[in-house]
Every structure is written in structure tokens, then in C-alpha cells.
Design a protein around this ligand. Structure first.
Ligand code: NDP
Length: 783
């Protein structure tokens, strides 16, 4: 018995296109511009032209940003409930027109109707429902935040309407207005969505949609009137956007590429895992950022499992995406096909085994058969590059640690799928994998309540969930920051040394690496002068080599990350205790360095801040989400890894503690550049650390020139995040720009000051969020 054809009607979608004379202008201020400078949108399944769209100009983007800016008070003035009602209407309208959307999406993108109808549309509507709820609850749940403002949003072509929903729903819920750019290949459902906005009562200017190629994206990114950029797409363009927005103060979230592992242990339900694999790598022809494109299978079951995979691949049905019984549709464009083919050819050239089922490809359009590659080395292009096609690369492992090591052998960190019948093994593996999402015995699960986003070069920021809402808000405490840091005047160099103490012995403050005092590799020291101009001490001038040593030591101290939160809290309390025991000495040092009239206050505040983050260490819990599937999604707040920190010049002790304590409380290890002007308080601290059970390598201190050291931190491949808070606007911009290399997370203060004594500005969940990243672990249950 074979399948008969089961075509979905395209009549309504074609009629809708005809109704618009198959030409679309831009949607700005709830009005359509005249179509101009047209480009074609084609059906990738047969190459026919569907419609023509407008290439927006810089002036169009300008108009869209102005409209969005004007609409801000209107939209925010409607209040949470007012916005919730409009968003509820959008959710309802998406449902009412779901079939039209699904067919249009399939025509425009080439993905199967089964997917657009059963996955893209229900998830898009769910996103608006969920976020209508956040709009309703905003004043209660996010009372200390405000909307960011005008948001620029740029999405790719693989989930056109779904990505639109992921972007627009949280932005609107929080009270922002948007300028949205769909991908050039797939703009049609965004055009239909624009019509729904008018019907739903979205006020003019709240949603603006500008079409066109990357130049339009670039114009949005570079527009000074845009307060935040939210981007989904390639890591390459993500990097460009990180560089372009550096120093602009724009908030940024990047959801980028992936090379996600699909790990099958020998005790897994192998048939279930095969079905999971189908959903993982052949879903949307593998054009999915979180596709399980690397199969890691335990050696003992490798052959059996791969035989099952090949048998299943023989049964995958490839053909007309509008046929309801097709599994694999068309690729979005011939360009994509060429890219995939080139990567698969490279695997052949490297001697890999490339296997494809017997499968007839349609004559017209853009197609690629399901493909299995075995025998690739871990460094092969197909094992490292995001293929973004229906191509699976399989490898084997022997032990769970080897599986983790292979899983993490990538620059990306978006998702992972883990298959085992042992919940104990699964929950042991999940935290060890560097990825923002881990699916246990499942794959490609999404829900608006559960955050989604990457680690490492898969980007930063989350979409969905509470953490996704925070991406579209600014804390009120940030607004309250002083315009400028209060920097102590620097002393002049040609002054007399301080009057010698009777027991004085020449002392050079060393740096601190791996729990040991360290001399600078450069063998240079620089004088530190006090407020009265007297020479206080010499400190080492740290260099690139010292930073490298410190990063190495920080990586070796990984036991700190796996230590219990209780243990970390104990150490922080102990540091506070030992600092209190030497409070007078620290106060005297602050007074000598800065001339502070009340140095005791700074020491006292530092002790209190240590208590504060010790308190948080075992209370910054994650969440247990209940998505509408049978299972639970656990959102874990994980450490970021190794963080480079450049401290403020003002409040040399409190500033240091306020940045280091939250980082280490949550399990990070740090490489810290203390205040350049007043480094001695921080360097004195290592004697406190040494007596407080802080393991060597958790805190490393490198004194020296802040600009140079920050540059090294921002370009170091093994540092996961850089924080800079010394009031240098140019320095902060440089950190953001250089961090683009490995897409580090950054937290920079810019030129503004920060009240280090203020609990709101220097504490709270906003700071803890910088010190952590959310991993969502999906755990299905039941039979
Ligand atoms: P891009 O990253 O180029 O495109 C994503 C979006 O950004 C599109 O709307 C694009 O416009 C826009 N864009 C392009 N250049 C710029 C720029 N300089 N500034 C601002 N916006 C810009 O991805 P592609 O579509 O070119 O796909 C190329 C590869 O990227 C794929 O093969 C795949 O490997 C990867 N990719 C990964 C995705 C993911 O979700 N992880 C999604 C899409 C692609 P336009 O499309 O109109 O050119």
C-alpha cells in the first residue's frame, strides 16, 4: 500500500495574493506605502513567483522609527490591561486565520504544511496569548522595570511567522514599539500579520514592518533612534551587529547558529530516539538553528541504531510541501541548496561516508535529500559548521564523560537532546552540556513560557519566559544612576615618599593568580600615590601573559562551579568575617589612597555586600515551568563561566566586592582588574581570601592599565563574559566591539556612574542575571 496525494488547497492564499495585485509596500504607522523598488518572492518548491515586495530605503527606516517613537506614549498609555486586550485579539486572529497563514507560509518558505499547520501557527498564537498575560501582569511582576523604547527586530527565513511572534509579542507586552524586518526570502506572512494588527486595534506606529535585504537590517541596527536590537540569524551577521552597536547603549539580544548534539545512550528507547531524530534534523529540512545535527551514539548500540536510522530515512517522504503526508519539503532557496551541497561534498572529499536513501527529487525547485554522514573526524567541516540542511553527522562515544566532551566540542551552545531511560544519567549530563536548552528524551520542544537561547557563539539573551520579558525592559535603578562616576583626583608623581613607619619594610603589592601571589610577567611595577601625593606602594603592571595565566587558573578552578551553593555562601560569609577582623587596616588603606573622610563606611558596606551575595548564593533559584505538554521544564540559573571584570576607580574596595561577590556567589570564576587609580584595597584582599577557604583560581587579580587589560580580556577566547565599570565610555565601547570575536556576554557601565552604596543600583536580581545564564531542561514524563 502506498500513500495517495493529499494536497492542501492553496486557493485562499493565492486569492489573498491576487487581492493585493501580488505587490506589497511597507507597513508604517498602520498605513501601506506604494510598492517601490520591487524584489520577487518565490515558491521554493517550484520556483514560481508569488509576489513582489518593496526594498525599504534608509528614509523608509527613518519614517518607521519616527512612527514607532511617536507611538510609544500611546501604547504605554493604554496600560497593561489595554495592551493585553489587543494582544489577545492578535492571538485570536492568528487562530481564526491559521489555515491561510499556514498555506501562505508553506508556499513562501517550502516547509511542509504539516509543520506550518501543526507547529508554527499554534506556537505563534500561543506566544501572543502568553504575552498578553505578561502585559496584564506587568505592573505587578515587573514593577521595577520600564519598557526599553523603540525596538528593532530582524529575523531569518526558517520560521518566518513564528520568529515574528517570538520577537513582537514580548516587545509589545512590555510596552515597546517595534520596527520589524522579515527575511527577504520569506516576508509574506509578515504582510498578512500587518493586516491583523489593524484589525486587532494595534495603534498606529506600534508595529512597523519594513521589507528588503540585509541593508534594511543594517539601517535598523545603526539607527540612533532605536533603543534595542533583537536579532535571530547567522552567527556571522550577529557578530556584525555586536560590533555595530558597540558603545551605542542599545540593548542587544542575539539568537544565532548552532551545532546541537543529539546524544543516544545504550539504554535509550532506540525506536523513540529514531523518531526524535526525525523531528530533530529533518524537521524543516534541517534549517533550524537548534537542529540536532550531530548524532552522538554510544558505541555499543551504534550499529543497531544507525541501521534503524537508515531504515527510517528510507521511509521519509519528500515532495510537495502542500501535500499533507510529506515529511520533507523544499529548501528555502537554491543558494541554500548550494551551500549544503558544498559542505556535503567537502565531507566526501575528506573520505567520509555519505549515505542518502533512494529518493526522487522533484525536477523544479530547491531540494536536498535526507543525508547521513559517518566517519567524519571531530574537526571536519561538517562536524563543526552549521550546515543548516537535512544532513546528520554521526559519531560514537564510549562513556558519558566522552559524550559530554564531544557534545561541547563546538563553538556553539544552543541546544542538546539526551536519550536514556536513566533519569539519573540524563540529569547528570544536562548541566554538563554547554547549551541554553536541553531536551531529555525529546527534541525541538518550544513553548512561550520556557526561555530559548544560546550559550557561547549561539548568542545571548532569551526568548520566551520571564527571562525573555526582561530582554525588553530596563530596570528603573539603571535610570537612577548618576551622570558621572565620582573619580578621586589623581595624585601628582613628583612628591615625597610617605613618612616611614618605624617597622616599615619595602613592600610591593603582588598580583594574585591561582591562589598564589604572582609577580608581573613584564617585571615592571608602577607607583601608587595616595590622596596626599605620597608614594603608597608599587604594584605590578599586568600584561597579556598574566591574563593568560589567570584565565588558565580560573579554568582549573571549575570545582567552584560544581560546589554546592551552600558551600559558596559559607566562603563568602567567611570572607566577610575576615574582612571585618581587619576593618581598620582596610579603612586606613582607603583613606590613604582616596582621601576619603569616611573610609569605615566603605568597609562596612563591603562587608554587608558580601553578606548580601552570600545570602543570594543559595536562593537565586530557577523555575519549574509547565508547558502544555506532559512534562516539566526546569529553568536552571547556571554560572556563565569565567568572567573578566574591570572595576570602578571610585569606591576601590566596595566596587571590587560589588562585582566580584555576585559573580562568585553564582559559581563563576573571575579575572579582575582592580581600580587602576587605587588598586591596593583589592590587592590587600588576597590575604583575606587566603584565610577564608576560597579555592585558588576562583578570584584572580591582575593590576595594571585598565584599557590594555580590558582589551586582552575582551579578545581572550576562553573568557565567557567581560564586565567593565570604570566609567570609560570608549573603553566600554571597545570591550563590546572586541567581544564580538567569540560573542562574549558583556555588562558595561559606559560613562555614567553608579552609586556603589545603593542596593538598587549595585545589587538585586538585575546584577545576578548578569552573573548567570538560564538553561531550560525539558523533562517529559508518563507513558
Ligand atoms: P542572515 O544572518 O544573513 O540573515 C538573518 C536576517 O538578517 C535576515 O533578515 C537578513 O536579511 C538580515 N541581515 C543580513 N545582513 C544583515 C546585516 N548586515 N545587518 C542586519 N541584518 C542583516 O542569515 P541568512 O539568511 O543569510 O542565512 C545564512 C546562513 O546563516 C544559513 O545557511 C544558516 O547557516 C545561518 N542561519 C542561521 C539561523 C539561525 O536561526 N540560527 C537563521 C538563518 C540563517 P535578508 O534575509 O533579507 O538578507
Amino acid at each position: 500500500m502506498d500513500y495517495g496525494p493529499a494536497p492542501e488547497s492553496q486557493k485562499e492564499a493565492q486569492a489573498w495574493l491576487d487581492g493585493h495585485q501580488r505587490k506589497f509596500g511597507l507597513f508604517i504607522d498602520n498605513a501601506w506605502s506604494e510598492p517601490a523598488e520591487l524584489f520577487a518572492s518565490t515558491n521554493p518548491a517550484d520556483g514560481t513567483q508569488l509576489a513582489e515586495l518593496t526594498q525599504a530605503t534608509d528614509a523608509d527606516v527613518e519614517r518607521a522609527v519616527e512612527a514607532a517613537r511617536r507611538a510609544l506614549p500611546v501604547w504605554q498609555g493604554m496600560g497593561g490591561h489595554g495592551r493585553a486586550k489587543v494582544m489577545y485579539a492578535l492571538a485570536r486572529l492568528l487562530q481564526k486565520h491559521s489555515r491561510l497563514f499556514a498555506v501562505l507560509e508553506t508556499l513562501d518558505n517550502g516547509k511542509t504544511i504539516r509543520e506550518t499547520r501543526d507547529i508554527d501557527l499554534p506556537l505563534a498564537a500561543r506566544h501572543f496569548y502568553h504575552h498578553a498575560g505578561w502585559a496584564q501582569l506587568q505592573s505587578e511582576e515587573f514593577a521595577d522595570y520600564r519598557a526599553v523604547g523603540v525596538v528593532g527586530q530582524i529575523v531569518p527565513w526558517n520560521f518566518p511567522l513564528l520568529m515574528l511572534s517570538w520577537k513582537i509579542a514580548p516587545a509589545l507586552a512590555a510596552g515597546n514599539t517595534v520596527v520589524f524586518k522579515p527575511a527577504e526570502f520569506t516576508s509574506l506572512t509578515a504582510m498578512l500579520f500587518a493586516e491583523l494588527c489593524v484589525q486587532a486595534g494595534v495603534p498606529a506606529g506600534v508595529v512597523n514592518i519594513v521589507t528588503g535585504d540585509g541593508r534594511v537590517g543594517s539601517a535598523i541596527v545603526n539607527h540612533p533612534g532605536v533603543d534595542k536590537i533583537a536579532f535571530t540569524g547567522s552567527t556571522e551577521v550577529g557578530r556584525l551587529i555586536r560590533e555595530a552597536t558597540a558603545g551605542s547603549g542599545k540593548k542587544l539580544s542575539l539568537e544565532l547558529g548552532g551545532k546541537s548534539p543529539f546524544i543516544v545512550f545504550e539504554d535509550a528507547d532506540l525506536d523513540g530516539a529514531v523518531e526524535g531524530l526525525v523531528d530533530s534534523i529533518w524537521f524543516n529540512q534541517g534549517q533550524v538553528c537548534c537542529a540536532g545535527s550531530r548524532l552522538l551514539v554510544q558505541e555499543s548500540v551504534q550499529e543497531r541504531f544507525l541501521n534503524k536510522v537508515r531504515a527510517r530515512m528510507e521511509n521519509l517522504r519528500l515532495g510537495s510541501p502542500l501535500d499533507k503526508s510529506m515529511d520533507v519539503g523544499a529548501l528555502v532557496d537554491p543558494v541554500q541548496r548550494q551551500r549544503i551541497a558544498a559542505l556535503v561534498d567537502s565531507a566526501r572529499a575528506e573520505g567520509c561516508d555519505v549515505w542518502q536513501p533512494a529518493c526522487e527529487l522533484p525536477a523544479d525547485g530547491s531540494w536536498f535529500p535526507p543525508t547521513l554522514i559517518t566517519g567524519a573526524s571531530t574537526s571536519a567541516a561538517v562536524a563543526q559548521a552549521e550546515i543548516f540542511g537535512p544532513v546528520l553527522v554521526a559519531m560514537s562515544f564510549r562513556t558519558p564523560p566522552e559524550a559530554v566532551q564531544l557534545a561541547n566540542n563546538t563553538v556553539y551552545g544552543l541546544a542538546a537532546s539526551v536519550w536514556t531511560e536513566s533519569i539519573s544519567l540524563a540529569l547528570d549530563i544536562a548541566p554538563a552540556i554547554k547549551a541554553g536548552v536541553v531536551w531529555i528524551n525529546s527534541a525541538n520542544q518550544f513553548d512561550a513560557a520556557c526561555g530559548f537561547g544560546g550559550y557561547r557563539e549561539s548568542g545571548f539573551g532569551r526568548e520566551g519566559g520571564r527571562e525573555g520579558m526582561l530582554e525588553y525592559m530596563t530596570s528603573l535603578a539603571e535610570d537612577a544612576r548618576p551622570a558621572l562616576p565620582v573619580v578621586e583626583a589623581k595624585a601628582k608623581a613628583n612628591v615625597k615618599p610617605a613618612a616611614a613607619h618605624p617597622f616599615a619594610i619595602d613592600r610591593t603589592a603582588k598580583m594574585y593568580i591561582g591562589g598564589k601571589q604572582a609577580r608581573p610577567d613584564s617585571a615592571y611595577s608602577a607607583p601608587v600615590f595616595g590622596a596626599n601625593g605620597a608614594l603608597l606602594a608599587e604594584v605590578g603592571v599586568g600584561s597579556r601573559k598574566d591574563i593568560r595565566n589567570a584565565v588558565e587558573a580560573a579554568h582549573k578552578a571549575s570545582g567552584w562551579t560544581s560546589a554546592t551553593a551552600h558551600n559558596r555562601a559559607q566562603v563568602l560569609y567567611y570572607i566577610a568575617e575576615n574582612l571585618a577582623a581587619r576593618a581598620d587596616e582596610f579603612a586606613a588603606r582607603i583613606a590613604a589612597m582616596t582621601g576619603s573622610k569616611n573610609p569605615e563606611k566603605e568597609v562596612q558596606a563591603s562587608i554587608e555586600r558580601l553578606f548580601y551575595y552570600a545570602a543570594w548564593a543559595d536562593k537565586y533559584d530557577g523555575l519549574a515551568h509547565q508547558p502544555p505538554t506532559k512534562g516539566i521544564t526546569v529553568a536552571l540559573n547556571e554560572a556563565v563561566g569565567v568572567i573578566g571584570i574591570v572595576c570602578p576607580n571610585e569606591a576601590p574596595l566596595l566596587g571590587f566586592i560589588s562585582l566580584v561577590a555576585p559573580a562568585i556567589a553564582l559559581g563563576n570564576r573571575v579575572v579582575v582588574v582592580p581600580s587602576e587609580a587605587h588598586p591596593l584595597s583589592a590587592l590587600d584582599l588576597y590575604q583575606v581570601f587566603d584565610t577564608s577557604d576560597l579555592p585558588g583560581g576562583v578570584v584572580n587579580i591582575i593590576s595594571g592599565n585598565a584599557d590594555e587589560l580590558a582589551r586582552t580580556l575582551a579578545t581572550h577566547a576562553d573568557i565567557d563574559a567581560v564586565w567593565r565599570h570604570d566609567g570609560s565610555a570608549d573603553g566600554c565601547a571597545e570591550v563590546e566591539r572586541l567581544s564580538a570575536g567569540t560573542l562574549k556576554r558583556t555588562w558595561v557601565g559606559g560613562a555614567k556612574g553608579r552609586d556603589w552604596y545603593s542596593a538598587a543600583q549595585s545589587g538585586g536580581r538585575a546584577v545576578l542575571a548578569h552573573a548567570s545564564q538560564v538553561k531550560n531542561v525539558w523533562i517529559p514524563y508518563g507513558v
